[in-house]
Design a protein around this ligand. Structure first.
Ligand code: ADP
Ligand code: MG
Length: 226
């Protein structure tokens, strides 16, 4: 039996813009286990990104609780949340979010430097992870000089490199053609398994979701287990 890494209970979230309110989460509960891969699927607009942001302390729920290894996250202040994320979480998005003016190597080193790793160690670890994702030849390339698949590989190296215990991924292969998506998914999940990193991944690709350890479906503001 795996340990629980993240547990959400009864999350609610409504967006209000002027007189329009959108009830996105109506009591979402989920449990994610250490070292395992959880897929969250659901239609466009069903609240997948909203949920992932709340799980990652990037947004706050209106009510409900998110616990990381038993510690409540929702009451933390902004600085405590930022420190928590830097120490424990990695993020991968549909759009790579690499910094345009920096090389692949510098992009992957960045979170390590922010976390206080020395320049020398950050460089060594970034080179190791860039090699693991097959980008030895691309370390000095800027994002604009890389293909879509290469950019996502760099984004995955950046997320894995600080050895977070949990990676939250929002459609990490959503911008890639099927063949590239498959290769990047395989690389991402196998490297995470090797490091013992848990993944919660939002996707609307049912084939890829089917290769995760668990699939949760979000619909009408609630989640159901597969
Ligand atoms: P998904 O990722 O499943 O496509 P989202 O979580 O992005 O869904 O969005 C869920 C719903 O909430 C959508 O109807 C969307 O338009 C709305 N929404 C998302 N973010 C905001 C926001 N910042 N302000 C207002 N409405 C939002
Ligand atoms: Mg989304």
């Amino acid at each position: 039996m795996n340990d629980i890494i993240l547990e959400a209970r009864d999350l609610t979230k409504t967006y209000r813009e002027g007189s329009v309110s959108t009830r996105v989460l109506r009591g979402v509960s989920l449990t994610a286990y250490s070292g395992s891969t959880t897929a969250i699927i659901g239609r466009s607009g069903s609240g997948k990104s909203t949920l992932l942001h709340i799980l990652g302390t990037l947004d706050s729920p209106d009510s409900g609780s998110v616990k990381f290894r038993g510690s409540e996250l929702t009451g933390l202040g902004d600085r405590q949340k930022a420190a928590f994320r830097s120490k424990n979480l990695g993020f991968v998005y549909q759009f790579h979010h690499l910094l345009a003016d920096f090389s692949a190597l510098e992009n992957v080193m960045m979170p390590l430097l922010i976390a206080g790793v020395t320049l020398k160690d950050a460089r060594a670890r970034a080179l190791e992870y860039l090699s693991l994702v097959g980008l030895d030849e691309r370390i000095n390339s800027r994002p604009s000089e890389m293909s879509g698949g290469e950019r996502q590989r760099a984004a995955i190296a950046r997320a894995l490199c600080p050895r977070p215990s949990l990676i939250l991924a929002d459609e990490p292969t959503g911008n890639l053609d099927a063949r590239n998506a498959n290769a990047v998914f395989e690389l991402f999940t196998s490297l995470a398994k090797k490091d013992g990193t848990s993944i919660i991944m939002v996707t609307h690709d049912n084939l890829l979701a089917g290769r995760c350890d668990r699939i949760l479906t979000i619909s009408d503001g609630v989640i159901s287990d597969d």
